[in-house]
Write a protein that binds this ligand. Structure first.
Ligand code: MBD
Ligand code: FE
Length: 285
């Protein structure tokens, strides 16, 4: 018997998965490396910035306690990855990639999983027979900054399904659904069949949703494909691609849209859409 409550995507469920994922993949190496002088500089600057907000906005005890209780609940919901990636990461990405010559990138967000199944240069992303959405043929070439094709580059793709759910962060979806690692051919080319993604709402039933409601913001991101493009001797590129004319290109809750990242797919007359997009990777720094 299928029990709908056990299959319901919840903020706490996706938050717990995203927190676990982050602790598995992203700590360890960087967790203890920062030296004390740098910690002192950054922690002092951050705490001082908060003091300035309290003084300039004459924060009350009621507001201080509301903040304290909200911060506690973000952790209880596992929503620190979501909060940080939606409201903070875009500025880190801007600072860290400012000197790049190759393709523009944007934020990774909380739902990348390394190790998606390897696929040949001409492939379909894994999907269900019943997968909803318009088929999309996404093709292009990966090169270095001098135009040299990068054979054997890895194009990792991940996206939400038509209900806005990511495999491994919501229940009831096959493990690698709409996730794959495409390997480019001898010319650096790839051609991937997937589905056109739908606009996406970040979870609204947890602490981030309570902040959005309390501040009268909205939870929407424009429809997007996530990509991580990597090749030997080159800086990996983390990016997202959007769709011209789509909702929320101008008011992405995660502030992660750039004009260079907007695709304009054309109908190919068979009920599918096609678009070409090329990636240029910087050499390793
Ligand atoms: C997403 O799917 C996403 O891409 C970002 C940046 C934040 C939350 C959910
Ligand atoms: Fe996303």
């Amino acid at each position: 018997m299928s029990d709908t409550t056990t299959l319901k995507a919840t903020a706490a469920g996706s938050g717990a998965s995203a927190t676990e994922r982050f602790l598995t993949d992203k700590t360890g190496a960087s967790g203890s490396r920062t030296d004390a002088a740098r910690v002192n500089t950054l922690a002092t600057a951050l705490i001082t910035a908060v003091h300035d907000v309290i003084r300039s906005h004459q924060v009350t005890y009621e507001e201080y306690n509301a903040l304290k209780s909200w911060l506690i609940s973000v952790g209880q919901d596992g929503e620190w990855p979501l909060f940080l990636d939606v409201w903070i990461e875009h500025v880190v990405e801007e600072v860290v990639t400012a000197a790049r010559q190759g393709s523009k990138g944007t934020i990774e967000g909380p739902y990348y999983v390394p190790g998606a199944p390897a696929l040949p240069s001409v492939s379909s992303l894994p999907m269900r027979d019943t997968e909803a959405g318009t088929p999309l043929l996404f093709q292009g070439q990966v090169t270095g900054v001098d135009g040299e094709p990068l054979a054997g580059a890895l194009l990792e793709m991940w996206q939400a399904d038509d209900d806005g759910l990511y495999a491994q962060f919501a229940p009831g979806i096959p493990e690698w659904n709409l996730r794959g690692s495409i390997v480019t051919d001898d010319d650096g080319r790839f051609a991937v069949t997937t589905i056109q993604p739908a606009p996406y709402q970040i979870p609204t039933d947890g602490s981030c949703g309570r902040l959005i409601a309390a501040a009268d913001w909205h939870p929407w991101r424009p429809a997007h494909l996530h990509l991580r493009v990597s090749a030997h001797g080159h800086e990996p590129l983390t990016t997202q691609l959007y769709f011209t004319g789509g909702a929320h290109l101008q008011d992405d809750v995660a502030s992660a849209v750039k004009p260079e990242l907007v695709l304009d797919p054309r109908s190919n007359g068979t009920g599918a859409c096609e678009v070409t997009y090329d990636f240029v990777l910087d050499p390793n720094s």
